[in-house]
Ligand binder design. Sequence first.
Ligand SMILES: [Zn+2]
Length: 410
Amino acid sequence: MAKLPIELHSVEDIAYAEYLFDKFYAVGSTGTGGVTRLGYTEVEDEMHEVFRQIGEENGYAYLTDEVGNSYVCNSDEQGYYLIASHLDSVIEGGRYDGVAGVIAGLMVLYWIKKNGLTIPVRVGAFRCEESSNFGKCTIGSGLITNETYKHDVGEAVSKAGKTLAEIFKERGYSLQPKRIRGVKEYIELHIEQGKVLEEYGEKLGIVSTIAGPRRFMLHVIGQAEHSGATPMDMRNDALCGAAEIITEIESIGREEKMWKSVATVGVIQNEPNALNVIPGEVTLGVDMRGVDTDSLERMENRMKSSAKKICEKRGLTFYKEKISEIPPIDMSRDMQEGLGAVAKRLKIPHRIMMSGAGHDAMSFANICDTALLFIPCDKGVSHNKKEFATIESICDGAIVIYEYLKGESI
Ligand SMILES: [Zn+2]
């Protein structure tokens, strides 16, 4: 039988994707163009309720797990493909981060049904991927995959002042759930949240590795003294030392850029932060990310030796606290190749790229073959009410997943 060419962006497909997008649209709307749908709040519950309704309207089964993640499925058999992302958002965030991946999964279910195929698929919606509510990310997917770095999550406190353990108790969830079973392969579509695809005019990114973040607090300690009475050569100004350290960290990042590493000081706390007092103590929050462990190691060591040198020169002391370290996580090579071959066949311009941001896919890489796809978002803007991606680009990513699964399941 001759293969019919695949029509991208048919009127019917676009209308279905728009129907899905509109279903979620109003939930958590802030009235100023953005949405706030924090993890493990009632607004996030509402998103999952919409997801359940979509599942029922379209004749699929709906499941939930021990941590409140939910799934819309076309089969209850073990050994299924999981296409998933999250339904929470940051404060005043956009409508595409997370939701785009859930819509892509629902599109795949729609095509499977329309074409009378029997590919077992579950579309998953994970809880609390963003760190905005508890200061911890990928909670729902991390718990259900029993990721080790999620062990201490119960003590995390929400914006409303409750611990995750208290919230779980109220809701009847478990902080030690049984590990998810039966996943053959995990696929996630996400907006890129950067501008690489847009700059290169490409429609799809196939992620090779998700960068591992290392995060630190650097404490620089000097002497708080009267800013008028202390001569310039008798000072131990912690903020001036910290300023040198900040630019040094920037140069360290620049020197490692060929390894695709980045280094950022995103937090600065100055004590006592008064106009007439020489700063006595400064805390810097440092975020280092990369896909190459050696490069991350070099950046961490250089930060330490440079800070030591700068502090010695200025009569300051310092110590560093490591707050978190997640290793770079590789996506399945076979799936990258398989998805790339489909994109090529469908003439969708694509590239293999790294992900600087963390995603739910990180949680699955240890338990099954895992893939992460990016679609472009306007000017790379994300975690912002101006975030925008086109419905067509969601359909592009979804059709690549669908065609890939068709090939896998033959
Ligand atoms: Zn996201």
